[in-house]
Design a protein around this ligand. Structure first.
Ligand SMILES: Nc1nc2c(c(=O)[nH]1)N[C@H]1C(S)=C(S)[C@@H](COP(=O)(O)O)O[C@H]1N2
Ligand SMILES: [Mo]
Length: 242
């Protein structure tokens, strides 16, 4: 069921800006210990793709995935898709739950976690991965297929994936397969002729706003290690043909 329809049936007041979800599971890791909760902006909650789900792939949802009912927020980090949801509150401010206010925030270098410190994570950052070949793999010389996925966040989409077979000096465009929906990953693939020696394969994705993934992990370093969406790199050894 669409969250939008539930909110419309309940009625939303003009000053409303956030939709908060509360669950019964207690966390001892939270400070202070409390039950799980989070919120998303009202604009996202009413965008149509946000669901209250009790089934997946035509089967009833399992307890581990949040039965009887969970929230599903496509394009947002998993933490906002609250499982076993028991209360939905429309409010003027984001949730003050530990998992919204303190956890899942990107801190500046040297920052210490605390309520409201850092950037709240919501929409997923553009990312990609090389799945085939695997890092450290040995391959025969000649033609090989390089495969992976790319994922855009929120209401963006993957526009292009480039692949380099020389550590990022030169690039060619990979072929993008259709996605199952605008919020799912796009599989990509490209064929390359690799000559003997050690080869570094690199991928980089662009989204529909022309944003590009950052090149190196040091560009995005942060104390909690969140949102490392730097270019995936895989080193392979190409054996001599004979
Ligand atoms: N009630 C509740 N919902 C929750 C969590 C939780 O600890 N409690 N974890 C969140 C996080 S961080 C993620 S990544 C997803 C994982 O969903 P899954 O178990 O269906 O993969 O659930 C989210 N919803
Ligand atoms: Mo998570």
């Amino acid at each position: 069921m669409r969250m939008r329809d539930v909110l419309a049936a309940a009625g939303v007041q003009p000053q409303a800006a956030h939709v908060a979800f509360a669950a019964p599971d207690q966390s001892q890791l939270a400070e202070p210990p409390q039950s799980y909760g989070s919120s998303i902006p009202l604009a996202k909650a009413t965008a149509g793709e946000v669901l209250l789900a009790w089934a997946m792939n035509g089967e009833p949802l399992t307890a581990g995935h949040g039965a009887p009912v969970r929230v599903v927020v496509p394009g947002y980090i998993g933490a906002r898709s609250v499982k076993w949801v028991e209360r939905i509150t429309v409010q003027t401010e984001p949730s003050t739950n530990y998992f919204q206010q303190t956890a899942y925030r990107l801190l500046p270098p040297g920052g210490t976690p605390g309520p409201g410190v850092g950037i709240s994570l919501g929409a997923i950052a553009l990312n990609s991965e090389i799945l085939v070949p695997g890092d450290g793999q040995q391959l025969p010389a000649g033609r090989t297929t390089i495969k992976g996925y790319a994922l855009a966040g929120d209401d963006r989409s993957v526009a292009r994936v480039d692949v380099s077979t020389d550590g990022g000096r030169s690039w060619r465009q990979a072929e993008l397969a259709e996605g199952a929906s605008p919020w799912t990953w796009r599989l990509w693939s490209i064929q390359a002729d690799l000559s003997p020696g050690e080869v570094q394969l690199v991928a980089r994705a662009w989204d529909s706003t022309a944003a590009l993934q950052p090149a190196l992990p040091e560009h995005v370093w942060n104390p909690k290690g969140y949102v490392n969406n730097s270019w995936p790199r895989v080193t392979v050894t190409i054996r001599d043909g004979a």
